[in-house]
Design a protein around this ligand. Structure first.
Ligand code: RET
Length: 251
């Protein structure tokens, strides 16, 4: 009987019934994994010039899937927010989402400097957010504000700045439609994250109204909408341009 005890998986915490945050980590890991398989396999059904975009979509959800496996276990074990895994995931996937924008806008003559500008804003946003959730937790509103400056930089580029101007110059309604959809993701979809941040216990503006555990539910919903949704918009664009007889030179 004693010998059997070494088989007890004491190292792996088990998802408890009623642990809704834990549920969303499990669902998130499966959804990200399934989305990656989908984007990778669909690469062969689109025109050559769209393959890189689908590859990047798949990489975004794949990187997220791996992080969700870790975050899921961290949560089950500690019932605490896996802040480090979360921000490592974001610091890899958010710049890749900027790459997606760039790949679309390249057709309209976007230069690499636009990509670097957007990546700079994202890093600013994420580093400030990380500091506000960890070292400077008592001052989370101040760091949230600093982070929001980076976020607004991206919103500006996409809605009013050079990215928007490039899209306006195009005469391709399909590409413009996809650009517009991605721009909405950034304005509305990405605005989900600051809500999660505001649940930081004590200093967060919503910490009285929402339990601290809602942070991860909000972040997990945001990730599902933004990573998978963003990829599906790219996929729809690629499919339209691969089937409607658009000449490659037009895009
Ligand atoms: C796949 C992951 C994505 C798209 C993550 C996006 C994250 C943000 C847009 C985070 C924004 C934040 C603020 C604007 C202020 C408060 C701190 C953050 C980092 C939560």
């Amino acid at each position: 009987m004693n010998n059997l005890s070494i088989f007890e998986p004491t190292f792996l915490a088990v998802l408890q019934s009623g642990d809704y945050v834990g549920f969303t980590f499990f669902i998130g890991s499966m959804a990200m994994m399934a989305a990656s398989v989908f984007f990778f396999f669909e690469m062969r059904n689109v025109d050559g010039k769209w393959r890189t975009s689908l590859l990047v979509s798949g990489l975004i959800t794949f990187i997220a899937a791996v992080h969700y496996f870790y975050m899921r276990d961290f949560w089950a074990e500690n019932q605490a927010s896996p802040t480090e895994f979360r921000y490592i995931d974001w610091i890899l996937t958010v710049p890749l989402m900027c790459v997606e924008f760039y790949l679309i806008l390249k057709a309209f003559g976007a230069k690499a400097s636009l990509l670097w500008k957007m990546i700079f804003y994202s890093l600013w946003m994420l580093i400030a957010g990380y500091l506000g959730e960890t070292v400077f937790r008592d001052n989370s509103p101040l760091w949230g504000f600093i982070s929001t400056i980076g976020y607004l930089g991206i919103v500006y580029e996409v809605w009013l700045g050079s990215a928007k101007k490039l899209a306006n110059n195009s005469n391709d309604p399909v590409l413009q439609g996809a650009f517009q959809a991605l721009a909405w993701f950034i304005l509305v979809g990405w605005a989900i994250y600051p809500l999660g941040y505001m649940t930081i216990e004590g200093s967060g503006w919503l910490s009285g109204a929402l339990a601290a555990s809602s942070m991860d539910i909000i972040y997990n919903i945001g990730d599902a909408i933004n990573k998978i949704g963003f990829g599906l918009v790219i996929y729809a664009l690629a499919m339209k341009q691969s089937n409607t007889g658009f000449a490659p030179s037009q895009a």
